[in-house]
Design a protein. Structure first.
Length: 498
């Protein structure tokens, strides 16, 4: 029987924070009719009549996971988290799959935050309401959020005994999660029951669980009436291409929904995860700059598995090489010495000056490269906090090889049903890579194009050469049309199978 009110799971270490968890439960119950359940993820098992899911309940839940052979409370903090996480993740994933969960709220310090947010990342899909009240929320929350939509709320004071300030924070959190749960639950009423994001017990690692492996074997269930969900990758220096392509796709595929991902490392990881979760149906991967940063050592890498999710699912995909002419760093002083030592970077744009692509460029000093440097490097100050470095011919060869590897490996037997095409913008890779701009380097671009063609030769992946630069409206339109054709072919193949 379908639930008539939302269910909210409150997650925390009951051995150290039971009072705060119970208080938060009582605050949630004040707002709207709902079910509030407490799940204990503490190191020491705790018993209380208001704890819904004890350690014993969820560690014995999955027959495919053997119960811990050691006392969890005897483990150090790190091992306790590693031991308990698979059980907690699998249990919460089951609650979600059975439509018994509509929002999750975590409360914790460093260990509680690490474990609770791992459950949120690994057990629940993007779009599901997730809120974490944490003492760790005022610093770098990247490791806790990952590529998901976990909302972090700073507790201000330690969660180690109630006081008026902490109760105010917890009360605000209660109100927030009630609002999230109500919106999510009301939306579900008119839609089908959600499916579990992964049909296997969840791995401990967020990267392993969602980067390439999740859902790769699940069948497509999209109907003609469903919108085609298309991911597009974009950088500031490829924005014109992405904008034109979006408009073209919306014109030729009226029933489509466009998701733009900023290719900053996190953006690429988020897109890979959504592909793995079957929340994207096709990809126009115009901007593959994250692979350049991964290969060369920039700060915006999306990791080694970029491109792999679409390869494994074999969804319609058109890939280009946008912004592979550049490697991303922070301010000039942050550039690694291997690239910049002794180079006297002439980044003369003052803070607050123009940061638009095509403004002042910079290279190694006129006196020549620093001692021991292999070649002069070309830099461009994109804005006060972002410095770009032009890729060399040798680096472009390695970037192309990495792209080819991730396009080909793990393709699950495409044979003649390959749904990936590559389109090369021979006229330039970004707004900075045109004849009158600082990153224009036909030799390096040729190395990128020719290597990728060589690596893909003999495969099922078609490579299209286009003489125009990536931001030319004609190029972007051609790329969008290629993807539209692949989407139509995929639909026809699915219909013939049915």
């Amino acid at each position: 029987m379908a639930p008539t009110t939302p269910t909210i799971l409150v997650l925390g270490t009951c051995d150290t924070k039971l009072s705060e968890l119970l208080y938060t439960k009582s605050q949630i119950e004040k707002y709207v009719p709902c079910t509030v359940q407490i799940m204990d993820i503490g190191r020491s098992a705790t018993s209380h009549e208001l704890i819904t899911f004890t350690q014993d309940i969820y560690t014995s839940h999955f027959t495919s996971l053997k119960r811990p052979t050691v006392e969890i409370e005897s483990l150090d903090r790190s091992k306790y988290i590693d031991t308990l996480a698979p059980y907690a993740c699998s249990f919460v994933a089951d609650l979600f799959a059975e439509n018994k969960l509509h929002a999750i709220l975590g409360i914790g310090g460093s260990c509680g935050t690490a474990l609770a947010t791992q459950v949120m990342r690994d057990a629940l899909p993007v779009g599901f309401p997730k809120l974490m009240v944490s003492t760790m929320a005022s610093g770098d929350v990247g490791p806790y959020v990952g590529q998901t939509d976990v909302t972090m709320m700073y507790s201000v004071v330690d969660i180690a005994g109630r006081n008026r300030l902490l109760e105010r924070v917890l009360g605000n959190a209660a109100g927030a999660i009630v609002g999230m749960a109500k919106v999510y639950f009301d939306d579900l009423v008119s839609k089908s029951t959600p499916t579990r994001p992964d049909d296997q017990p969840h791995a401990v690692s967020d990267e392993k669980t969602h980067s390439t492996d999740s859902n790769q074997s699940q069948p497509e269930s999209q109907s003609q009436s469903d919108p085609v969900r298309i991911g597009i990758t974009m950088f500031g220096v490829t924005t014109p291409a992405a904008t034109t392509a979006r408009h073209r796709l919306e014109a030729i595929l009226p029933n489509c929904e466009i998701y733009i991902f900023h290719a900053t490392g996190s953006g690429g990881k988020a897109m890979e995860r959504l592909i793995s979760e079957h929340q994207l149906d096709a990809v126009l991967d115009l901007t593959t700059a994250e692979i350049a940063d991964h290969v060369v050592g920039g700060v915006l890498s999306a990791g080694p598995s970029r491109l792999c999710a679409a390869t494994k699912r074999n969804i319609p995909r058109v890939l280009s090489l946008g912004a592979c002419d550049m490697i991303n760093f922070g301010p000039p002083e942050s550039i690694p010495s291997a690239f910049a030592t002794g180079s006297n970077l002439n980044l003369d744009s003052a803070p607050g000056s123009s940061s638009s692509p095509g403004s002042a460029s910079a290279s190694a000093s006129a006196s020549g490269p620093p001692p021991g440097a292999q070649q002069e490097r070309v830099f461009h100050r994109h804005n006060p906090t972002v410095t770009l470095m032009r890729t060399t011919s040798d680096e472009c060869v390695q970037i192309a090889k990495c792209i080819a590897t991730n396009l080909l490996e793990g393709n699950a037997g495409w044979d003649e049903d390959c749904r990936t095409k590559v389109i090369l913008p021979l006229g330039g890779l970004s707004l900075l890579d045109t004849p009158d701009q600082p990153f224009w380097d036909p030799k390096a671009d040729h190395a990128l194009f020719s290597t990728l063609e060589d690596e893909l030769r003999g495969s099922e992946i078609a490579v299209v050469r286009d003489e125009r630069p990536i931001n030319d409206p004609g190029f972007a339109t051609a790329a969008a049309d290629l993807l539209g054709d692949l989407i139509h072919q995929s639909r026809r193949a699915r219909e013939s199978e049915e």
